[in-house]
Design a protein around this ligand. Structure first.
Ligand code: ADP
Length: 333
């Protein structure tokens, strides 16, 4: 949907290309990650080596793919982009690996969803820059080792806990992406507004940033809806009022919660008396995939303190009750 942080066809290719940061200098925030990677890149260049394999984890829409492009650009290398679910057979991966040149990058999004049989090809590829082809079956089976160029794998995942340990162990650099703070989001919104020729006041940018769920992809997407609204209803000028009116039409509230976020919290509050309740029960009641709730909905609700995770299950906080206008009963003991 429009307000989900996942990549989606609504993100027209042309806009994504215009807005995607190309160099570190355009990349807002994530200061420690940027610093760590700059050092790793400089050191690899001094030694004339390829970069170690990098694992980026965190919720969707926070700039992991953009970062992979930037690293490759800074290293003057090429990058091939794929995703775990797209690699159905070993051959899909082998084709990509054998096409990589020295120092090139392979970016695998949602790497935790790579099929097990395909994952096994990755181990020797990452460790020894080689793949083993097996010909024939049974007693006639012969294997042939094919040497690969020294490439760098960049893996991205929303859930690092789902990665098998042999895969996790083969990465040298790990970076965690967290939601962006308001200041960084304001900078991103202003940058995008300039690139898209949108006239926007500082307060307009602040209002939009506040409602972007800490996520640059959502900020950019909402900016386009706000731009449309402003062009039709406000002579193209984006103020906090224009943002409020445009986003109300999208079901995005003052905190940036989407209809799915609110349904999720309302389910816990109304069906399960505020919790604690297991995620499976909430998913069944909402008729949503558990993965969607865990990867897309919960991280931001946890971050903002609307949702609490306890050993007994999920609980809606006092703040969540207040935000949704529901009475909150404090526990008596
Ligand atoms: P992910 O791979 O984590 O899902 P992307 O790298 O595809 O996220 O980012 C989505 C969009 O958000 C990008 O196209 C870009 O326009 C914007 N974006 C993400 N991170 C940043 C950033 N640090 N600075 C500026 N824009 C960003």
């Amino acid at each position: 949907s429009l307000v989900s942080p996942d990549a989606h066809p609504v993100d027209r290719e042309i806009d994504v290309n215009v807005l995607r940061p190309r160099r570190f200098i355009d990349y807002v925030g994530q200061a420690e990650t940027v610093e760590t990677l700059k050092i790793a890149i400089a050191a690899a260049r001094i030694r004339g080596e390829s970069l170690e394999h990098i694992l980026l984890h965190g919720p969707p829409g926070l700039g992991k793919t953009s970062m992979a492009h930037i690293i490759a650009t800074e290293m003057g290398a090429g990058v091939t982009i794929t995703s775990g679910p797209a690699l159905e057979k070993g051959g899909d991966l082998l084709g990509m690996l054998t096409n990589l040149g020295d120092g090139d990058f392979l970016f695998i999004d949602e790497i935790h969803r790579i099929p097990k049989t395909v994952e096994e090809f990755l181990y020797p590829a990452m460790e020894d820059f080689a793949v083993d082809f097996v010909f024939d079956k049974g007693v006639h089976a012969r294997s042939h080792r094919y040497r690969l160029k020294q490439f760098t794998l960049v893996g991205a995942t929303t859930r690092v806990g789902l990665l098998s340990s042999p895969l996790r162990d083969r990465f040298g650099l790990f970076r965690n992406f967290d939601f962006y703070d308001l200041e960084d989001l304001v900078t991103i919104v202003k940058r995008s507004a300039t690139l898209l020729n949108v006239r926007m006041t500082h307060d307009g940018a602040l209002e939009l940033a506040t409602r972007s769920r800490g996520t640059p992809r959502i900020a950019n997407r909402l900016l386009k809806r706000v731009r449309d609204y402003a062009q039709v209803k406000a002579r193209g000028k984006v103020t906090p009022e224009t943002v409020g009116a445009a986003l109300q039409l999208e079901g995005v509230d003052g905190m940036g919660l989407t209809p799915l976020d609110r349904n999720y919290l309302n389910t816990i509050i109304k069906f399960y008396r505020g919790g604690p309740v297991g995620i499976e029960a909430v998913a069944a009641t909402l008729q949503e995939e558990t993965d969607t709730l865990v990867d897309v909905v919960e991280p931001y609700l946890l971050k903002t303190g609307l949702l609490l995770r306890t050993s007994a299950g999920r609980k809606a906080s006092a703040k969540a009750h207040e935000h949704l206008g529901m009475p909150f009963q404090r526990e008596l003991f």
